[in-house]
Structures are given as structure tokens and as C-alpha cells.
Design a protein around this ligand. Structure first.
Ligand SMILES: [Zn+2]
Length: 347
């Protein structure tokens, strides 16, 4: 991107504001990856979860990214949430192979973006042929970084309880190399997702500064009560850590039931002026012991989307979906945001 390389922190800090200026003030983030991979036939029964597909079926990941772009997503998130060098090593890969797989996650997303632009050129109407949204527009690739709990694959990213043995330094050592590799992978930004406590938020902020990471990031926390993040740490404290890091260009909430989002946006706004990113789950409850989503406990796509106007009015500018949301959810968000920006033009 940008004019020339090495232009440093000015360009890093303006990436999201520039992007949002081009998109008219709001943008669509993609939706759940793993449910869609399974729908395409992938077997995710593995501690690496969706990251397993990086070496078993990368073409399926690319298809899902394309599905989301054709549903209107302006930002796609790489399949590296549960991809860690340590996790790949536990599978018998070397350190170098693990790093290659991390880079591969971003390359696959970038390939999907290239394929999408080709399809836009082929579709001369520049419109929405057969329900697909084929419209040339700025698209960002975000490299996903899941929490330490996601690597443990024991559901602890939903408790935020890592035990006393885990310190700030442990977390920094765990994440450092992975963040460095993803930052050099061609991604536009890093999405630190499902951050369950303030200790890990601080670890990410420290890594961004200490390692002089050249691309910006967003911090996205998760909550199960609409007041605090899942560990019980205050959302105000967590968002403040994001606010004070220059390299963080958006802060928000993901993998949290839709009904909690509005209040959390208002809380974040008390301590942050950065763009707010929101990508809730479908509202279904997750059974950490069974490692599966409990069917029929969530909200429909229509209900999900009925929240979107309220979230935008409260201050969200990036909206998408997390677990159990689909391209249908994202298409509905796209329509809502398009209607809003068209209405704003006529005001
Ligand atoms: Zn999720």
C-alpha cells in the first residue's frame, strides 16, 4: 500500500481512517470461518481447528474468503486464529514450516482478494449479478491472532483464566515471533481477536511497540455479561490499553452474543476515540466441555441485523460476524450499511 515503503507510523496510524474515508464511514467485516469450512466439507476436529485446513485444504479457505467478499465484506480475516508456531510444532512441523503456514494464511486471503477483483472485472455490470456483490472497492486483509487460550484449545479464551503461572512475559514470548511473521506476510493489519483479559491486551500492545511492528492492528475483546471482558477484567481498562497504543487503529468486541454489544460500545466510547469494530457471534451458546455450539440458542440473521443500526448509531464503524455467522449474515449487514450510507448522502 501507500506511497513508497518505510513511511512508518504516520501511515500505520492512518490506515483505518483512510480506509473508512474511502468506504463512506463504515465497512463490513467477514463472518465465521469454521462453520463455513465445515459446510464446504472440511473436518476441523483437531486442536488446530480451522488452522488445520492451511495444510489439508487451503482451497476451501480461499473459497470461504471469496464467499464473504461476494457477500459484501470489505475486510477478510486470515485463517490463523488458532495457527501458532507452537501448535504446528506439536503436530510435527518444524519451526520454519510453522512460520510458512502462518504466512500461507495471509497469502490465501490475498489470493482470494485477487480472484475477487478478477471476477469484478469479468462482471461488466459492476453490480450484484445472481445475488453476488461484485463491486470493485478497497479490501483489507487482516491477519488473525487468537489468544493464548485459543492455542490451548481448552476453551480458556472464553474464561480468560490462564492461572498464576502465566505472566506478561510468558504471553509476550508466546506471541512475539508469530506477530513478527504475520506482520511481514503482506497483510494490511493484524486482528488480535477474542482477547479475554487485560494482561494479554498489554502483551499485544508491548509487542507492537517493542518489535516496531510495521502494520497497524485492532484489538477485539469478548464478553459474556455485557459489562466486563470474559475474565472479569473491566472493558474500560482493556479498551484503555488499546487506546494508548499508537499502532492500534480500531478497538472492539467479537465472539460475544449480539444482545450485549450495544452497552459494550457505549463503554468503549468512554475511553477510546478510535474506530469501533464489532463482530458478534450468532448468540448461540458454546459448550466448552463438548467443544460444540448448542443448536437453536442463537438469533436469526434478521434478528442479528436488526441490531446493526443501533450499533452504528452508538458508534460502531466496522461490523461483521464471528462464530456461527454465515455469508447470509454478512450480506444482510452489507445491505444495512449500504442503506445507512445512502440515507446519509441525502441528509
Ligand atoms: Zn467467534
Amino acid at each position: 500500500m501507500g506511497l513508497g515503503s518505510g513511511s512508518g507510523s504516520a501511515e500505520t496510524s492512518s490506515l483505518m481512517s483512510e480506509f473508512l474515508r474511502k468506504t463512506g464511514g463504515s465497512a463490513v467485516v467477514d463472518g465465521g470461518l469454521s462453520t463455513e469450512l465445515e459446510r464446504h466439507g472440511a473436518d476441523l476436529n483437531d486442536p488446530l481447528w480451522s488452522a488445520k485446513c492451511l495444510f489439508t485444504s487451503p482451497h476451501l479457505i480461499r473459497e470461504v474468503h471469496l464467499d464473504y467478499l461476494e457477500a459484501g465484506a470489505d475486510i477478510i480475516i486470515s485463517a490463523s486464529y488458532q495457527a501458532t508456531i507452537q501448535g504446528f510444532q506439536a503436530k510435527g512441523f518444524s519451526r520454519e514450516e510453522g512460520e510458512t503456514l502462518l504466512r500461507r494464511s495471509v497469502e490465501i486471503a490475498s489470493e482470494a482478494r485477487d480472484n475477487y477483483y478478477e471476477r469484478c472485472v469479468e462482471c461488466s455490470s459492476n453490480g450484484t449479478g445472481d445475488g453476488r456483490i461484485l463491486k470493485h472497492r478497497p479490501i483489507l486483509v487482516a491477519a488473525s491472532v487468537g489468544s493464548y487460550g485459543a492455542y490451548l484449545a481448552d476453551g480458556s479464551e472464553y474464561s480468560g483464566n490462564y492461572g498464576d503461572a502465566i505472566t506478561l512475559e510468558t504471553l509476550k514470548d508466546f506471541h512475539r515471533r508469530r506477530v513478527q511473521v504475520l506482520a511481514e506476510s503482506g497483510a494490511d493489519l493484524i486482528a488480535f481477536e477474542t482477547v479475554p483479559n487485560k494482561l494479554e491486551a498489554q502483551a499485544f500492545a508491548d509487542i507492537l511497540e517493542e518489535e516496531d511492528i510495521k502494520i497497524p492492528a485492532w484489538f477485539s475483546f469478548n464478553s459474556k455479561d455485557g459489562v466486563n471482558v470474559v475474565s472479569g477484567d473491566s472493558i474500560l481498562e482493556c479498551a484503555s490499553i488499546a487506546e494508548s497504543c499508537k499502532k492500534v487503529v480500531a478497538v472492539g468486541i467479537n465472539c460475544t452474543p449480539p444482545r450485549f454489544i450495544h452497552g459494550l460500545i457505549l463503554s468503549i466510547k468512554k475511553v477510546s476515540t478510535k474506530p469501533i469494530v464489532i463482530y458478534p457471534n450468532s448468540g448461540e451458546s458454546y459448550d466448552a466441555e463438548q467443544k460444540e455450539w448448542v443448536q437453536h440458542t442463537g438469533v436469526s440473521d434478521e434478528d442479528f441485523v436488526s441490531y446493526v443500526d443501533r450499533w452504528c448509531e452508538a458508534g460502531a464503524s466496522l461490523v461483521g460476524g464471528c462464530c456461527r455467522t454465515t455469508p447470509q449474515t454478512i450480506k444482510a449487514i452489507y445491505r444495512t450499511l449500504s442503506t445507512r450510507s445512502a440515507a446519509a448522502l441525502f441528509q
